[in-house]
Design a protein around this ligand. Structure first.
Ligand code: ASP
Ligand code: MG
Length: 258
């Protein structure tokens, strides 16, 4: 059974109704005979609120403690999404970044992933569970919680897709793909059906944004990334190895990571 990693951004998880909407989408992917790992960001502007809260109690919050605080945003959406899926009758488990095996260096607030031990996730998938993972966080060798930088749930998702040998990573957001120009400014802007990793990195891309380091990671491990809307059922944009696309991309969504 193919592994699909899905990532849902904070604006797609802003309230209980939206979390239930995401749960339905995760369930559809599971029902289509996939092993699903859903990576989530913090609800709405939770991370900004937590940073403001920290500033109210300290002029210079200790980076280690700030990371403990910020990691709770993703944990909250992670647990809530698992509860929503469970109440619809699905077998599901939520995992923190640490439980998911994401090991990092000690740069609090902008930690780099140093290693990934996918054993726990694989065990849960084999047991028939949908696995929901808190994005944006990991753990150091010394067992301190770290965060990976603003917007870095994308990095979590791509790293897991690479480490699990996923068929693809699907990034769901409030914009339905990558555009030729800013659609809010240029009415004739066109949504791209596909784009190569290099173009995505080098050109200013409009529409859905992804963390640049996540694109580098996807390019390195050749993870196909589908960027699409979390609410509409429109076709998104496929970011992949365009050099290989003519021979490898069958167009029916049945892609394999080579
Ligand atoms: N919640 C974190 C942030 O707002 C990570 C993410 O959204 O990817 O930066
Ligand atoms: Mg966020």
């Amino acid at each position: 059974m193919p592994v699909i990693v899905q990532k849902y951004g904070g604006s797609s998880l802003a309230d209980a109704e939206m979390i239930k909407n995401v749960a339905r989408r995760v369930a559809v992917c599971h029902d289509a005979d996939n092993q699903v790992v859903a990576v989530v960001s913090a609800m709405g502007d939770t991370t900004d609120r937590l940073i403001e809260l920290a500033a109210q109690v300290s002029d210079r919050p200790e980076p280690r403690e700030l990371d403990v605080l910020l990691s709770t945003g993703e944990l909250k959406s992670c647990a809530l999404l698992a509860m929503a899926l469970h109440s619809s009758g699905y077998q599901v488990i939520s995992l923190s970044g640490s439980q998911a095996g994401i090991q990092t260096d000690t740069s609090f607030g902008m930690a780099r992933i140093a290693g990934l031990d996918p054993e726990r996730i694989m065990r849960e998938l084999r047991a028939g569970n949908i696995v929901v993972v808190a994005g944006f966080q990991g753990i150091t060798d010394g067992l301190d919680i770290t965060t990976l930088g603003r917007g870095a749930s994308d990095i979590t998702a791509i790293a897991l897709a690479a480490g699990l040998g996923a068929a693809r990573c699907e990034v769901y957001t409030d914009v339905d793909g990558i555009y030729t120009a800013d659609p809010r400014v240029v009415p004739s802007a066109r949504k791209l059906a596909e784009i190569g990793y290099q173009d995505m990195l080098e050109l200013a891309s409009y529409g859905a944004k992804m963390h640049p380091r996540s694109i580098e990671l996807a390019a390195w491990y050749k993870v196909p990334v589908l960027v699409a809307s979390s609410t509409q059922n429109t076709l998104g944009t496929l970011i992949h190895d365009l050099a290989l696309s003519n021979s490898d991309h069958t167009g029916d969504g049945a892609m394999e990571v080579s």
